[in-house]
Design a protein around this ligand. Structure first.
Ligand code: PLP
Length: 463
């Protein structure tokens, strides 16, 4: 594979095609599922009980030998494709050399290299420092700690429809109660959810929506008590909500005026996924801190908080960290991924995926009365399903679309506070042919979906 190989001539160890040899789930998956319910907590819910064996590029191969098109990437993680050979090589080399010392006991170069790289690729022309941790939620929680330490303030502002994680702090920062939060409080105080810009639903300009957000802070919280404003520049679990142009520019300006640390949670949208290193670049705004996780290490657990050196260094030594954070193997994987993004122009590949998706599914709003909106950037798209002729969410249709797609060998995700947004997060290396095939499967599922005129059912604990 040459450095400039277009995706059409890339070589993968599994042919990039959907191929079903059993019904889905197949007999081996069903046998594993029987064992699973005897030993695995029901709380670790699953979208599709199809057990995977291996993968390459945008294809997953299950234990029965079926080849499925993966439009989910394990929620936007395997952006560079499944089991990328360069990542596998970096991991296996490192795992034979050194697996752990704990950076805060005796350090190693990989950690420093990842921090150097993050300083380069995150937005902002100023000195930046990083801390590495294990998970997205841990990064968000650390960013909140750091912002509070730096400002000496208490309040944390988050946006409506946000998803920030499942620890106690980040559950409280997450918008919807079900299924992430219900029955699991009490939660920490001083977290305020404020209105977002949601163009499909509020019809406001970025400027108008920002004034609404700011007014809410002024009247409910008080800007001088706010330590940090957290925002996903493109919301993931919230339903691929892209605030209107100008929204984040005004919000960041307001944060600067009021000494509030602006944190871009780029855990889902960062690292090339949206056709930029970070999705805040589409909004022409510069955050003070950035959280990175999902796509950074090809599936190995790694997350980071990166930002202005003076904010990051406000914390006393020992105030952030953790046993496994930034371990040698995960950082080796991250260095391979970051190298691939540059060497193989994966930002350009994400833009190619965007063009192909717009061409293939952009017309669905006109074609299908249950499709209210199609929106996205790069390889991060949402299809918002509604009841015909309205903007009322249609979660029943989404459930049907996803289960029908899965049964036909296409893994697609759900999203949205009303469980009504079909979420597509394919690898940026997915071919046009696979996009076309997956879109045909999704179209058949949409055509047979209930229009959902009857009363809405409460969402079920599916994922
Ligand atoms: C997934 C996600 C998180 C939480 O990350 P985990 O690794 O699951 O803890 C936080 N923020 C955003 C935007 C995410 O998509």
């Amino acid at each position: 594979m040459s450095a400039t190989a277009p995706s059409s001539v890339r070589q993968f160890s599994v042919p990039q095609e959907r191929r079903l040899v059993t019904e889905l789930p197949g007999p081996r998956s069903r046998a594993l599922q029987e064992r699973r319910v005897q030993s695995v907590s029901r709380g670790a819910g699953t979208l599709a009980n199809i057990y995977m064996d291996h993968g390459a590029g945008a294809i997953l191969v299950d234990v029965d030998g079926n080849q499925l098109i993966d439009l989910g990437c394990g929620i936007g993680v395997t952006t560079v494709g499944h089991a990328d050979p360069a990542v596998a090589e970096a991991v296996s080399e490192q795992v034979r050399k050194l697996t752990h010392t704990l950076f805060t006991v005796t350090p190693y170069e990989n950690y420093v290299k990842v921090a150097e790289k993050l300083a380069q690729i995150t937005p902002g022309d100023f000195e930046k420092h990083s801390v590495l941790v294990n998970s997205g939620a841990e990064a968000v929680e650390n960013a909140a700690k750091i912002a509070r330490r730096f400002t000496g303030r208490r309040a944390i502002v988050v946006l409506d429809h946000a998803f920030h994680g499942r620890t106690n702090m980040t559950m409280a920062m997450t918008y919807r109660p079900w299924p992430e939060r219900e029955g699991m409080g009490p939660f920490p105080g001083e977290i305020y959810s404020v209105p977002i810009s949601y163009p499909f639903r509020d019809g406001l300009s970025g400027e108008e929506a920002a004034e609404r957000t700011i007014d809410y802070i002024e009247t409910h919280v008080g800007p001088r008590d706010v330590a940090a404003f957290f925002a996903e520049p493109i919301q993931g679990d919230g339903g691929i909500i892209i605030p209107a142009p100008g929204y984040f520019q005004r919000i960041v300006e307001y944060c600067r005026e009021n000494g509030i640390v602006f944190v871009a949670d780029e855990i889902q949208a960062g690292i090339a996924r949206t056709g930029a290193w970070y999705s805040i670049e589409h909004h022409d705004a510069v955050p003070d801190l950035v959280t990175t996780a999902k796509g950074i290490a090809g599936g190995l657990p790694l997350a980071a908080v990166t930002g202005r050196a003076e904010i990051m260094d406000a914390v006393q030594p020992g105030g952030v960290g953790g046993t496994f954070g930034g371990n040698p193997v995960s950082t080796a994987a991250a260095l391979a991924v970051l190298d691939l993004v540059e060497r193989e122009d994966l930002i350009g590949e994400a833009k190619r995926v965007e063009r192909a998706l717009v061409e293939r599914i952009g017309g669905w709003v006109d074609k299908y009365d249950i499709v209210g909106d199609v929106r996205g950037k790069g390889a991060m798209f949402g299809v918002e399903l509604v009841q015909p002729g309205t903007k009322k969410p249609n979660p029943k249709a989404l459930k049907h679309v996803i289960s029908t797609a899965v049964a036909n060998g296409v893994i697609a995700l759900d999203a949205g506070s009303w469980d009504s947004v079909l979420r597509l997060l394919p690898s940026v290396l997915i071919s046009e042919a696979l996009i076309d095939d997956a879109a045909s499967v999704l179209e058949q599922a949409i055509e047979s979906a209930p229009s959902g005129d009857d009363a809405e059912e409460p969402p079920t604990p599916q994922s």
